[in-house]
Every structure is written in C-alpha cells, then in structure tokens.
Design a protein around this ligand. Structure first.
Ligand code: GLC
Length: 423
C-alpha cells in the first residue's frame, strides 16, 4: 500500500472516529432532563397521562418527576430551602397560586411575559392569570384551577325532603336535624388543621360574611372587623354544637374527604378533586352526592376561595427553552383535557368547562365555571406566607379553645399590620 493510500485511510479513520465522538456528544447534549416536583398522589397520573406522551413527542427531553409531600406548605418549604441554597434542583416549578408574589419578588423565577401572546393567554381563566402576575410580569402558566365547594349527600337530603342549605344557619340546622334522626353521624367537615388549607377555607367563610383578609391595593387588614369575628364564631359553633367532630381542628383535605367518603357525614368543604374519588366504584357514596357553591350569611354572596396550580421556570434552570416547551405541552388544551378526564380536576382553560367530552363525564362543570369566575383570591402580597402563618396560628388557637376568638382576631390583625408596615 502506498504511503499516500495509508495516509488517506488513516485520515478517514480519524475523521470517522472524530465524527462518531462529536455525534455522541451532540446526542448527549440534545437530550436534557427536566426535574419537577409533583404531589406524590398525582405522580402516577402525571406519568401515565402527561409525561409518557410528552417524551414520545419530544424524544430529546426527559421529565424527572420527584414526589412532593401533600401539604402545600411543606412543598413551599422544600422550594424555599432549595432556592435559598443556590441552584434549584428543579427546572419546572409547579406553583400554588399563593406562592407567586413571594417566589417572583425573591427573583427565583424566569419572567415568562414575552413567551406567550395576549390572545393565547386570554384562553385561560382571568383570575388564574391574575394570580400568575407579579408587578406586571407573568411568572406562571396556569395548569389547573381550583375552587372551594360545598359537597352534600343528596340522598340524605332527599330522604328528609330538605333543600340544600343557602346560609350558614341552614347548614347548622339541617345538620342537627339529620344528626338528630340518626341519618348522619356528623353534619359538616372542614379543614381546621393549622396549615394553608385552614387559611383557604377561612377565606371562604370570611367572604360569606362579607369580610376580607388583606386588601392588596390599600394593605388594609380586615381580620378584627365584625365580619371576621362572625366567621370565626361560626366555625367554633360547628364544633360546640356537635355538627363538626372535635378532631376537625386537626384535619387537612384528605382526612375530611375520607370521613365524608366513608358515608356518615352530610356536608363537606373541599376542592373539586374529591368528586371523582367519592364517585369511584368502590366508594360507599358513589352517585349519592352533589356539589354547590359555599353557603353565606343571608343577603351575602357565598365565597369560594380560588386555589390552583401553574408552571413556572426556575431562574437557575440550565434548560429554559426545553422547560418552556414542556410548559406549553402540559398546559395545552389536549393535555389538560386528558388530565381532567382522568382526575376530575378543574381546568385552567375556560373553553374546557363546556367541552363536550368533559361535560359528558362531569355535568357540573359549566356551573363550576361560574363559581371559579366569582372566586376570591387570597391576598396577593409578597409577605403572603408570613401573613398566612399569622392567620393560621390565631385561628387554630381560637378553634381549639386556647384563645378567646375576639382577642385572637385582634392579635392576628395587629400582627398582620405590623408585618405590612401599616400599624
Ligand atoms: C389546594 C389549592 C391550593 C391551596 C391548597 C390548600 O391545593 O389548589 O391553592 O393552597 O389546596 O391546602
């Protein structure tokens, strides 16, 4: 073989080798993994309904689902310590609506304002979008809305020839009547544990009495006003009158759902996720329940607290472009439709409330849209986490009889004013 030929072959080998190496590197570089923290209960459905299809459509992106604890506060703590330590291990941030101002003000999130145009954004529920904005910038795309509702046993009310309650007093009276005749063990269960769910539930009772917590515009605090006192006294009275079990002051969403679902409770305050679980084949109350907006004081409007979750991108993510593609996919109409059909969660896209496939499975969705659109947001202030802690602490003290309710609400109001610098 001539020297020239040898040189030629050697050159080809080297070039092929180098090309092989660079293709390998490029492939490695092209496949990115996005980490996201998801409520442990929801990980299987995320994997089955969303991630599998996404990864088939985008073979260059892998999704690493990390199981999160159930309580929203515990999840928030995980994020907060991760962000404070520096590089967040999460690329996509699944955010409760109440975290947005804090996370955005702290500079932990990418600004998404320029990534979506106004007409695409207008397909989402207005309040969900409102809850995703901080100081004029968008930090979250709504994935799922949420709203507090009153569940009731339609069969029990029908048997007693009673209409569903409209006011707080109706709720107590009907409960006592059906507990009195042995139809129900408990009248009403709600979330009374000292955590974020207590603040959300109280927001509804407060709105039902015509009161408010913090006005985000003026920073006025309404926790020591007569409406707020009436709200805490109503909750205490449910326990004092035996309508609610004493243990209610230790219950989060799941404890109350289980008590309702085992068949002995007439009314439940909870989020719409309960609907499909309570109606599944194995549930003793399947087909026996109905849902309605929360009751109120006479002449007042029932308050529903707006909850909900949406996706943002961590400022320290190495893959913001891939993360944005994942957000577009997970919040798309098609992905949401599949997720909702499976879970019974609340859409964040308005048209899905009247989508024929969804309404065929969940006939109450058009009515749910009205409730969501009239829902009350918890105060959108950067100090929300602390304000909520203050409220939770005093409410819990009053509910468990450790604090006098009037004094507790006064202290809660004063402490909140100090927090906001308005005292
Ligand atoms: C639900 C709501 C969320 C709320 C939480 C309270 O997950 O969507 O907004 O903070 O319940 O427990």
């Amino acid at each position: 073989m001539s020297r020239i030929l040898k040189l030629f072959i050697a050159t080809i080998l080297v070039v092929t080798l180098l090309r092989g190496i660079s293709v390998g590197i490029a492939q490695q570089q092209r496949t990115v993994t996005l980490s996201i923290l998801i409520n442990a209960l929801e990980v299987p459905v995320w994997q089955e309904v969303l991630v599998k299809k996404f990864e088939t459509e985008y073979p260059d992106i892998k999704i690493n689902l990390i199981e999160a604890p159930n309580d929203t506060n515990l999840q928030e703590d995980l994020y907060t310590s991760a962000f404070l330590l520096g590089d967040s291990p999460y690329d996509l941030i699944m955010m409760d609506v109440v975290w947005v101002p804090k996370f955005a003000a702290a500079g932990w999130l990418l600004d998404l304002t320029d990534r979506i145009n106004a007409s695409d954004l207008s397909a989402f529920l207005e309040k969900d979008v409102e809850g995703s904005i901080y100081e004029g910038k968008l930090y979250r795309i709504p994935f799922q809305s949420d709203v507090g509702m009153l569940y009731y046993r339609q069969d029990m009310l029908a048997a007693a020839k009673l209409n569903p309650p409209e006011t707080f007093s109706d709720l107590i009276d009907i409960s006592q009547a059906l507990q009195g005749n042995g139809a129900a063990t408990w009248g009403y269960v709600w979330q009374g544990k000292q955590y974020e769910g207590l603040a959300a539930m109280f927001t509804e009772v407060l709105a039902g009495f015509g009161g408010f917590w913090v006005d985000p515009e003026t920073l006025a605090v309404g926790l020591d006003k007569p409406e707020a006192i009436a709200a805490i006294k109503f909750l205490i009275s449910t326990i004092d009158r035996g309508v609610s079990p004493p243990g209610v002051t230790t219950y989060a969403e799941e404890e109350t759902r289980r008590l309702f679902q085992n068949g002995e409770t007439l009314f439940l305050r909870n989020w719409p996720y309960v609907w499909s679980l309570a109606n599944q084949n194995t549930s003793p109350i399947a087909g026996k329940i109905a849902i309605k907006p929360m009751v109120s004081a006479p002449e007042k409007q029932g308050g529903a607290c707006l909850g909900g979750w949406g996706l943002g991108i961590s400022k320290t993510s190495k893959y913001p472009e891939a993360a944005w593609r994942a957000i577009e996919y997970f919040t798309s109409t098609a992905a949401q439709r599949q997720f909702i059909l499976k879970t019974g969660y609340v859409p964040s896209r308005r048209p899905l409330f009247t989508d024929p496939e969804i309404v065929a499975k969940y006939p109450h969705y058009p009515q749910l849209l009205e409730v969501v659109e009239n829902a009350v947001l918890r105060p959108q202030i950067p100090q929300y986490a602390q304000a909520s802690d203050i409220l939770q602490r005093y409410l819990s003290g009053a509910l468990t009889g450790r604090f006098d309710p009037v004094k507790a609400m006064k202290s809660a109001a004063d402490e909140t004013r100090r927090l906001l610098g308005t005292s």
